[in-house]
Design a protein around this ligand. Sequence first.
Ligand code: GTP
Ligand code: SPV
Ligand code: MN
Length: 599
Amino acid sequence: METDIKQLRHKKLRTWIEESAALCKPDKIYVCDGSKEEYDRLMQLMVKNGMAIPLKKKANSFLFRSDPSDVARVEDRTYISTTNQADAGPTNNWVTPEELKKTMRGLYEGCMKGRTMYVIPFSMGPIGSPIAKIGIQLTDSPYVVCNMDIMTRVGTKVLDQLGEHGEFIPCLHSIGAPLAEGQQDIPWPCAPIEKKYISHFPEENLIWSYGSGYGGNALLGKKCLALRIASAMAQREGWMAEHMLILRLINPKGKQYHIAAAFPSACGKTNLAMLQPTVPGWKAECIGDDISWMKVGTDGRLYAINPESGFFGVAPGTSYATNPMAMETLKENSIFTNCALTDDGDVWWEGMTPEPPIHAIDWKWRDWTPGSKETVAHANARFTAPAKQCPVISPDWEKPEGVPIDVFIFGGRRPSVVPLVYQAYNWDHGVFLGATAASETTAANIGAVGDLRRDPFAMKPFCGYNMGDYFSHWFAMGDKLGDKAPKLFYVNWFRKSGDGSWLWPGYGENSRVLKWICQRIEGEVSARETPIGYVPNEGDLDLAGMNIPTENVKQLLHVDKDAWKTEADGIAKYFTEFGDHFPKRLSIQLEEMKKRLAG
Ligand code: GTP
Ligand code: SPV
Ligand code: MN
């Protein structure tokens, strides 16, 4: 039975839908119930109109190809709109709410003509969890509806939880491509780049997105709600919303460690989250691969939930050799975007198998053969797959109260300077490591790839308020947690040798680093004190059975004082950006590192 919006019990919700519809002027409004029947019906509609290609080799799975301009997040077009610019801070694009709303209302005017407005009630986090939040997304994209269905908990049960007066985060989305009467639709309608706006109004917990149908621009539960809006709420309310995977590691004695790790986009979260340890006796379970919401529990420890229910993972590089658990997860009931189509009706991407197919259709719908100049899949091609299909998903991944975090890890892509792993001396030093994290840019954002930039806590694109205040929030959380605070570490899987090859094999072998981390917590393994933190001695890492040249290990654990002095200068310069929102405790950490480097 279709829900008439007049039947919606929540008056504020009804009014907002009516007002949005009056502005966007869709032909029809449809309230999603989150059923399988609904998902199948929308998919069939998209197959019929040429948007989706059913895959012969994967049950209930479909390939989509985007417009070539709409392939990733658009940080340049992403706004944190607050009354005062200081509240958005130096790392965010800013326009006043008044001005931005005026511009966007102009764009929204009639933008859904010829289309259906879908109403998606969704929960970030298990429905009813004390940490969960409800959002309602309005969208004119059935592709978004199906993706949201996998990535979040959607449907009538969310409306029931909301009741008549419950709190929800309104998320208005349009691809920005109205259809005139009789106009033929195209496979991936969207607006040109200069008309795309991904806007956040944290003062009223509101999201307005226009012009893009892709990933974080359009699946508004993810980066927009669960990170930008949630981080601002978390700061106000004393909890944390972080760009972190959540992993449970179990040692041979059966002791569990919960690890949350923040790496920038396309820097290894999904892979680490589904790790298959190569160290004998150690096991891992996945809890989340991208976002972690954390609150202090009654026992004073920090508890984390994964607010999502699916994975929107980077396809290229994903293979049975690198991430077998992801490959098992995406075997069926999955959506593929900007991957290649093989002649036997499967998807393919660079790195999926050692040998490419002899022929394929590339992500731009063209014939492709090996040796061609361009890649067959886009570098930011993605799979959308249900978390429950992951063979190593933790039995506790939907626990409403979350899991207690023991370890925070920061990291990124650093071809030089930064060692494989090191431990912070204490909480304040760990916050310094997070705040000074830097990484090479990736195809997850539209823009240059491979440029080194500061990406504090992997939150540069996702912090919904002043980054200086965000640093202070980390200190405040540490003060609140006291001796129950997680221990902090930094890793770098991406160190390169002179010839450009990886010094460290990565993937499952990263378990050797995680083992050292857990043993550090227990005081079971040694390390040397260096100017940047505790670094393992060569003998401290379990490298048994691994055939890595000693020279590589030396380089991976080397701390080059001169290089770090240059790094310290870069950090000092970076810190000046934050003006009077900058916490003094970070400056103290920089001074202490400089002293250690001079000694
Ligand atoms: P987002 O979904 O954008 O947040 O990315 P992510 O942080 O989850 O990154 P993901 O795990 O998808 O990895 C991105 C790319 O890095 C893929 O091509 C991986 O194959 C590659 N990668 C992941 N882990 C490692 C590693 O340990 N070593 C190396 N060399 N590459 C890795
Ligand atoms: C990221 O870029 O960090 C992602 C992909 O996880 S997207 O959902 O497009 O933001
Ligand atoms: Mn991400």
